[in-house]
Structures are given as structure tokens and as C-alpha cells.
Design a protein around this ligand. Structure first.
Ligand code: ADP
Length: 476
């Protein structure tokens, strides 16, 4: 279901229901309070009449039934609010004896209020009904509290037409307000939803294009700096990164193919040369065999590196154990020494006296150190020095490998740890060495930091945590 439909069902329906509930409550309470007002005013009139009756009777000084009856009849005749109320006297059967209108209007006749008054404790009863002329009226009957001959009750009847008109007007006005509220919330909701749904549809279309492989598409920057705006930026960034990875992958394939082709060309050339020489004692024959051997080694190492890398991509498998880092580093230093001598590069390494225990996979650790030292040698000039140092702190140990080589350009520095990345200064290589280093070191809970100054040299610092207490090997 679309977001708009969901909102219409959820949000708007709730608003409509809330507005309707408020509307019903408002109209009901208005009606009750207005009808109560009419009731109160009738009851007020009854009290006034009773009070006047008391005064009249005490003035005539004859508390006889006749005097009361007379006084009441006179009050009906002289009733001053004839326009608004019909004042009547009823006999014990509820029949009208006299009425302020002067005529006995039979269509006002309803005995319900009289019957209720007879039953009620306070002697009053009321009813709302429609007259024969179709007019809604409120009729209140009050039994006279003392004997007045044939007069048993007083009744006051008033029309509800004006009150009903006023209530209708309130209803119209409040319905109008309610429609405006619902309309405004509908419009503002739709506007708001459009501001989300439309950009989202664009994001969806662009993401589909990216998924199909079009990495050049970009979303236009949105007008707002909100979640949708940020989503657009993230999608753009994702497309950018995917494009970058794609380019680096292509570069990687071409550089690896090139790297593989160079030794193969050399092997092929030498095979042709030595197959033309019959004498195995010939100097060129021997040289050719030696070179073929070297190139085959180079190929083997390269393929090994690639296989290693592809294995790492499926998750780093570590076989960690507690080992002495000093011994491992010294081992690697001895391993690279002959190659450094060959290249005329000096190694500055003072073996620390104390053991440095770490929790690591010895083969992977060796691979890390060889990779970093290999880079240092590759980018160093003959005669320069590579400094290899171990610094032990409370919780961590740092292996620093500093060369005096050509250094890395500042804008390349942040990318050198990415897979397939080769810097502007790059020598042969596939661009995966440092990516592998970082992956292995991170898996050993360590960190790799590279600083470099173009033309002055590069420092690679590997941090590893000290191994202090027996611990389970990390889950593999
Ligand atoms: P590779 O396996 O091709 O050597 P790396 O991931 O090891 O790739 O290195 C990536 C890039 O970082 C290299 O192409 C090079 O530009 C740069 N680099 C790495 N180490 C050094 C260093 N010691 N001195 C100068 N540049 C370096």
C-alpha cells in the first residue's frame, strides 16, 4: 500500500473521528445547557408566582381556598410574559381551567408533564412534545402545594422554536469549522506526504538505475536538509564509491595482467634462446635457466598473494596463539635482510631485550610485516635506511617501520589502504598489499596508521594489544 493511502487510512481517519467526537460533544452539551436555561427560567417564574401568591393572600388576610383560587386566576389573567409563555391552571384531572392566552388551546394539551408531576417527589413534571401545529414546546407542570379548590396544578408552556434555531445555527457554524479543520489537515498532510513521496520515487528510480550498473547517475540535491536530503546524499556517495571501486577493479585486472605478462614474456624469450643453444655448459644457457627460475618464483609469489587475498575476502581465518612479538619481528628482519643487502638498503633494527607477548596468528603476522617491509624496500633508494622499531606501552605494542623513500602524495595517503589502490608513485604491484595488512591487523584487534611526507619517507605503525591473560581465540 502506498504511503499516501496508509496516511489517509491512519492519520486522516483519526483526525476525522476526533473532530466528529468533539463536534458531537459540543452540540450535545450546547443543547443540554440551552434547554436547561429554558427549564430554569420556567421554574424561576413558578417561584415568583408562588411568592406573589403568598403576598396577595396575606394582604387580603383571608387564607381561604377561595381567596387563593381567585388570586391565582387573577395572576393568569394578568400574566405579563404572555408572548413567551403560556401560563395555565389545571384541575385534578389535568384539564385546563384557565390560560393566559385567554383561550383554551387544546393543541397545547399534553398530560405527560401533569402525570409526571403527580408521581414526582417535588411535585413538578416536564415534557417536550410537538403541538398540533408542528411547534416543539417545553411544558412544565407544578402541583399547587396547598388546596386551591378545583385548581390542582399550574403549567407553563414555552416554544422551543427559537432555541432550536439557535442550536441549528451553532451546528452549522461548528460543522463549518470542523470541515475547515479536516480540509486543512488533509491539504497539509497531502503537501507533506508529496514532499516525501516524490523525492522517494526519484530515489527509487535512481537506485534501480545504479543497481542495473549505471554508476554515473546522480540525484539532484534536494531542497531540504532532512532525512530525504541525507538519503539522496548517501545514495550519491554510494554510486560514487561503487564507481571508484569499479574503476580500481578494472585497473587491478589490467595491472595484474601486466604483472603476469612481464615474467611470462621473459620466460618465453629465454626458452627460445636456450632451445637454440645445445650446450648446457654455455653461459647464456645457465643464465637463461636461472632467470626462468627467478621469474617462475615471481609468478608463484604473485599468484600466492592473489589467492591469499581472495581467501581473505571470505573472512579472515586466524589461528591465534600467544607468541613473543620480538622473536617474530626478528625472524622477519632476518628474512628480508638478504633482499635489502641486494638492493643496497640498510636495516636499522635493535632487538629489544624483553619479550613482548601478543595474541596473534604467526603466519598472518609474518605476512603483514613482510608486506609492509616489501613496500618500504620497493620505494626506498639504494643507500637509504629502513628503521624497524618495537615500542611497548602499558596496553599496546607498536611496530614502526619507517623508510626514507619517495613517500606518498597527501591525496593518495587516505586511499592507500583501499583494495586495488595504487598510488601515483606506484611501482609494480596489485594494490592489495596494505588492504590485506589492514584486514589482518584489524582482525587481531589492532590498528594500522600510515604517515608520509612526499620525498622524505613513509612510516607505517602497527598497533597490537598486549597479551596479558589467557583468552579464548576469537571466533572464526
Ligand atoms: P601493492 O601491493 O601494489 O604494493 P599496497 O596496497 O601495498 O599495494 O600499496 C598501495 C600504494 O601505496 C602503492 O601503490 C604505493 O603508491 C603506496 N605505498 C605503499 N607503501 C609505500 C611506501 N613505503 N612508500 C611510498 N609509497 C607507498
Amino acid at each position: 500500500m502506498s504511503i499516501t493511502k496508509r496516511w489517509l487510512r491512519g492519520g486522516l481517519l483519526l483526525t476525522v473521528m476526533a473532530v466528529a467526537a468533539v463536534e458531537i460533544f459540543f452540540l450535545y452539551s450546547t443543547r443540554v445547557s440551552m434547554y436547561n436555561g429554558v427549564r430554569q427560567s420556567i421554574r424561576g417564574r413558578f417561584s415568583t408566582i408562588n411568592a406573589q401568591l403568598e403576598i396577595t393572600i396575606s394582604a387580603t388576610d383571608g387564607a381561604t381556598v377561595n381567596a387563593r383560587s381567585l388570586a391565582l386566576r387573577r395572576m393568569v389573567e394578568q400574566f405579563d410574559a404572555k408572548e413567551a409563555y403560556e401560563f395555565m391552571l389545571l384541575d385534578s384531572q389535568g384539564r385546563i381551567i384557565s390560560s393566559s392566552s385567554g383561550q383554551i388551546e387544546t393543541d397545547l394539551f399534553s398530560n405527560e408533564d401533569f402525570a409526571l408531576a403527580l408521581e414526582s417527589v417535588d411535585g413538578t413534571g416536564e415534557s417536550i412534545y410537538r403541538t398540533a401545529r408542528g411547534e416543539r414546546v417545553l411544558s412544565v407542570t407544578m402541583l399547587v402545594p396547598y388546596p386551591v379548590g378545583e385548581i390542582a396544578a399550574m403549567r407553563m408552556v414555552t416554544s422551543l422554536t427559537l432555541v432550536d434555531q439557535a442550536i441549528d445555527q451553532y451546528a452549522m457554524t461548528s460543522l463549518l469549522v470542523a470541515s475547515v479543520v479536516v480540509g486543512a489537515s488533509l491539504l497539509s498532510g497531502l503537501y507533506f506526504i508529496r514532499s516525501i513521496v516524490q523525492p522517494l520515487a526519484r530515489v527509487e528510480a535512481t537506485a534501480t538505475q545504479i543497481a542495473r550498473g549505471d554508476l554515473e547517475v546522480r540525484l539532484p540535491p534536494g531542497p531540504y536538509e532532512d532525512e530525504v536530503g541525507r538519503l539522496c546524499r548517501t545514495i550519491n556517495q554510494m554510486a560514487e564509491d561503487l564507481g571508484k571501486t569499479e574503476r580500481m577493479k578494472n585497473d587491478f585486472i589490467s595491472s595484474v595482467s601486466h604483472e603476469l605478462r612481464t615474467p611470462l614474456t621473459s620466460i618465453k624469450g629465454w626458452i627460445e634462446t636456450i632451445s637454440a643453444i645445445r650446450d648446457p655448459e654455455d653461459e647464456n644457457y645457465r643464465k637463461g635457466i636461472a632467470i626462468i627460475g627467478q621469474e617462475a618464483d615471481r609468478l608463484y609469489n604473485m599468484v600466492e598473494e592473489l589467492l591469499n587475498f581472495s581467501r581473505l575476502q571470505n573472512g579472515v581465518q586466524l589461528a591465534c596463539e600467544s607468541l613473543d612479538l620480538v622473536a617474530e619481528v626478528t625472524d622477519v628482519a632476518l628474512f628480508v635482510q638478504p633482499r635489502m643487502n641486494q638492493e643496497g638498503i640498510n636495516l636499522d633494527y635493535q632487538e629489544p631485550e624483553l619479550m613482548v607477548p601478543v595474541w596473534a596468528d604467526p603466519n598472518r603476522l609474518r605476512q603483514v610485516l613482510v608486506n609492509v617491509l616489501d613496500n618500504a624496500i620497493k620505494y626506498s633508494k639504494p643507500g637509504s635506511t629502513i628503521h624497524l622499531e618495537l615500542l611497548s606501552e602499558v596496553d599496546n605494542v607498536y611496530i614502526c617501520i619507517r623508510d626514507e623513500g619517495r613517500g606518498i602524495a597527501p591525496d593518495d595517503l587516505e586511499n592507500v589502504k583501499l583494495k586495488f589502490f595504487k598510488g601515483k608513485n606506484a611501482e609494480r604491484g596489485s594494490g592489495i598489499g596494505l588492504a590485506v595488512v589492514e584486514e589482518i591487523v584489524t582482525a587481531m584487534n589492532g590498528e594500522v596508521e600510515i604517515t608520509s611526507q612526499l620525498g622524505e619517507g613513509t612510516t607505517v605503525t602497527i598497533r597490537l594489544p598486549h597479551y596479558s591473560q589467557p583468552q579464548e581465540a576469537p571466533e572464526e
